[in-house]
Structures are given as C-alpha cells and as structure tokens.
Write a protein that binds this ligand. Structure first.
Ligand SMILES: NC(=O)c1ccc[n+]([C@@H]2O[C@H](COP(=O)([O-])OP(=O)(O)OC[C@H]3O[C@@H](n4cnc5c(N)ncnc54)[C@H](O)[C@@H]3O)[C@@H](O)[C@H]2O)c1
Length: 396
C-alpha cells in the first residue's frame, strides 16, 4: 500500500518530532491534539526544530515549504483522507482506547493505524478497533526526527501487508525499520533496561559513578548509564524498571538506589540534582552528587558477592538478554546489533561485544556471577548452545 497523507494524534514531545521526520521526507501531515493551545504548542515545537535546521544551513524557503505540509487540527474531520495515522498520546491504556475507537470510526477502512506506545501491548490496542489486522506498533525513538531506528511491532492479528507497509514507510523516512515481535519494552528498551539496572547494582556494590560511566563510554556507549539516567529522569527510570520487573520477574529487579533517588527527589537534570549535580541555568554537569554517596552508605553495607567492577560485568546482562531475545525470536539475529546501535548510539551491539569478549568467556563470567548474585545472571540456554557448538560468534 502506498502511503500519501499521514495523521499524527498527539502533538507532544514525540508527535511533534515524528511530524518533523515526516515533513522532512515530503509527507503531508495532519497534526491533531485536544485543543488550540495544545496544537499551538506542538506547532511551536516544530517551528523551533525547523529554525535550528535553518541555522545549520537549511534554506528558509525549504523550511517554510516543510512547515506548510503540516495541517493543525483539533478534531478528526480531515482523517477520512488519510492512509496512515500514528498515535502519540500519553502512555495510558484508557487514553489509547478512546483514541483508537474514534480513529476506527472516522478513518477510511483501508487506513493503517499505528501506535508509538513504549510499553502497552499492541494486541490490546488493536482490540479497541474493528480492524486489528491494520493496527501495528511503530515505536520511534526520542527525538524521532534524529534517531535512526523505528521498531515495527505486529500485534497478534496484524496482517503481513500492514507490517510490510509499516516497514517500507519507516525506510522511506530514512530509518532502520526493524520487525520486533511483541514483548514487554520491545527489543531495544528491554536490553537497555538490563544494562541500566546493572550500572546501579555496580554502584551499590562499590564502583564509583565516574568509573562506571567512563568504562561504558570507553567500551561502547555514547554517554555513561548514570549520566543517561540523569538525562531521562530517575522517576521515569523507576517506572520502566518496575514495569520490566512486573513483566519479566526477578532478573529485572530494580536496584534499591533508584527508589531512594526518587524518594529524595534526586531525579536528574530536571531537578538539577541526580547522580551528578547540574547548573540550574546552563544544565551543565558540575560533578558527582555527594548526597548519592550518603544514600549508598546503607546499601553498600550489604555486599552481595566479591566480584570486582569490570566493564564486561556492566554489559553481560544485556548480552545474556540478547540470547534470550534470540531464543524467543523477538527479532532476526542480523537485526539485533544494528537496532541497538541505531536506537542507543552504541559503537557496537551486544552480539559483537559477546564475540569480542569470547562466547565461552562470557558464559564463564555469567556462570560465576550467577553463583554469587543469583537470578539476574542465570545463563541464557541459547548462549550455552553456542558455546557447546564451539561457535565464535552469532553473526559471522
Ligand atoms: N517521550 C519519549 O521519549 C518517548 C519515546 C518513545 C515513545 N514514547 C511514547 O509516545 C507516546 C507519547 O509520548 P510523549 O512523550 O510525546 O507524550 P506527551 O505528554 O509529550 O504528549 C502527548 C500529547 O498527546 C495529547 N493528547 C492527549 N489526548 C489526546 C487526544 N485524545 N487527541 C489528541 N491528542 C491528545 C496531549 O495533549 C499531549 O500534547 C507515549 O505512548 C509514549 O510512551 C515516548
């Protein structure tokens, strides 16, 4: 199916940046929010993003032509003409239900309805319509106009045609569009969750903030995990960590320090104080936050084992989870590393890391950590099979 005009429901952080990704490729967009003020605020976001492109060399007339592709809306009157609608309203199931019921009523019967949800089940969202075969997850990353990845997630009833159209559309936006089977947090955020938690466990067990962040950056990450936690907010981090724990169980148990940080309002950049301290005006980082050291004193009193900090330790849970993901056939093996690199800006993906460390060495370290730290290091059966088969890598 050819996609012409696209609707975006929700003109917030994601809706506005998805709109910029679309108009940058020439797609006309109807941008809908609840009232004039919300739509104006979304259009303001788009203007600011276009202005910054003009400052970096985009000709003014091209920016104006792009902006003219956006039709602001506070109702669904323009929606019968659309081929695809991308929903980007808040992450609440009742809200999604109301929006999808309405979209189902007012959109053309051929239109595809996509959700940008980060965590809600696509199958459940699809069930709010009479066209579950034409509902699909299109999970963009923030900011959507810059990030190269879109995860395309079929629900149980989504047709092959719908998935193909969503992937082709993602590619036309210049994205790496990867098919991901439905599972909690999907692919990239599921693996990210294991790594973010491990950084906090390492901190609780005595490694320093700088040691962890520096090691992660030297090895593969564009920004250290604790600096990243401060950027995204400890409150968001805790909600995601609790969700993963509820869905996957013990190996995703949130480290206590995260709860303490939220209790103390040490949320990161938005409160000027997280793992690091930030200048309230410039938002520049000024150094580690001494209050975190106080919080850690209690927690450090309960050592969990004797393993020293190492960068491998930081990434092993993500590597192990990658083998669980492959075992569950959540994505094609060749898509896994490119998706993680595009979604998180890693220099190399977890399967390349595993090959670099050595699969048998990974398994040895994971088994040893399993003995001292328990469930979060239970070795993935597929990793064991690769080692038994003497394979050096998953992707040759
Ligand atoms: N923020 C991120 O980093 C990120 C990344 C990937 C996915 N997501 C997902 O994208 C979705 C949107 O997140 P966000 O951060 O942009 O939220 P946001 O709060 O910034 O924006 C949501 C917008 O939806 C509008 N809205 C609410 N009900 C509406 C309705 N009935 N019709 C039209 N508009 C309506 C709100 O007024 C608001 O402007 C969520 O499902 C979230 O999980 C967010």
């Amino acid at each position: 199916m050819q996609i012409g005009k696209v609707g975006i429901v929700g003109a917030g952080t994601m809706g506005a940046s998805i709109a910029v990704a679309l108009i940058g490729r020439g797609y006309p967009v109807v941008l809908k929010d609840v009232d004039e003020q919300a739509v104006r605020s979304g259009m303001g976001r788009i203007d600011r993003l276009l202005d910054s492109r003009v400052k970096r060399g985009l000709p003014v007339d091209e920016a104006e032509a792009m902006r003219a592709l956006v039709q602001p809306a506070t109702d669904y009157s323009a929606f019968p003409d659309l081929d695809l609608v991308i929903e980007a309203v808040g992450e609440k199931v009742d809200l999604k239900k109301a929006v999808f019921e309405q979209l189902d009523d007012c959109c053309n019967i051929h239109a595809i309805l996509a959700t940008n949800t980060s965590s809600l089940p696509v199958t459940q969202i699809a069930s709010f319509t009479r066209r579950p075969d034409q509902v699909v997850g299109m999970h963009f990353f923030n900011p959507a106009h810059l990030m190269k990845l879109v995860e395309v997630i079929p629900g149980l009833e989504t047709s092959a045609d719908t998935v193909r159209t969503a992937i082709e559309f993602g590619q036309k936006l210049g994205k790496f569009a990867v098919r991901v089977e439905e599972c909690a947090s999907f692919l990239v955020n599921r693996l990210l969750g294991r790594y973010m938690n491990e950084a906090l466990w390492c901190l609780q067990e005595g490694a320093s903030l700088e040691e962890i962040d520096q090691a992660a950056c030297d090895f593969a990450a564009p920004v250290g995990p604790l600096a990243l936690r401060d950027m995204n907010g400890a409150d968001i981090g805790l909600a995601v960590a609790r969700f993963n724990y509820q869905e996957y169980g013990e190996r995703f148990r949130p480290p206590e320090i995260l709860e303490r940080m939220v209790e103390q309002n040490l949320l990161g950049q938005k409160t000027g104080s997280g793992f690091y301290l930030y200048n309230s005006e410039t938002k520049k980082r000024s150094g580690p936050n001494p209050r975190v050291e106080d919080l850690l004193k209690d927690l450090k009193a309960k050592p969990e084992g004797d393993a020293q900090f190492s960068v491998e330790r930081l990434f092993l849970p993500m590597i192990n989870e990658s083998f669980l993901v492959l075992q569950e056939k959540v994505c094609a093996a060749e898509d896994l590393d490119p998706a993680l690199m595009a979604g998180l800006g890693l220099k190399k993906g977890p399967l390349a890391m595993a090959a670099e460390i050595g699969l048998s060495q990974c398994l040895k370290e994971i088994e040893s950590l399993f003995r001292t730290k328990g469930e979060r290091f239970r070795p993935a059966p597929l990793l064991k099979r690769y080692v038994w088969a003497n394979r050096m890598a998953v992707i040759a």
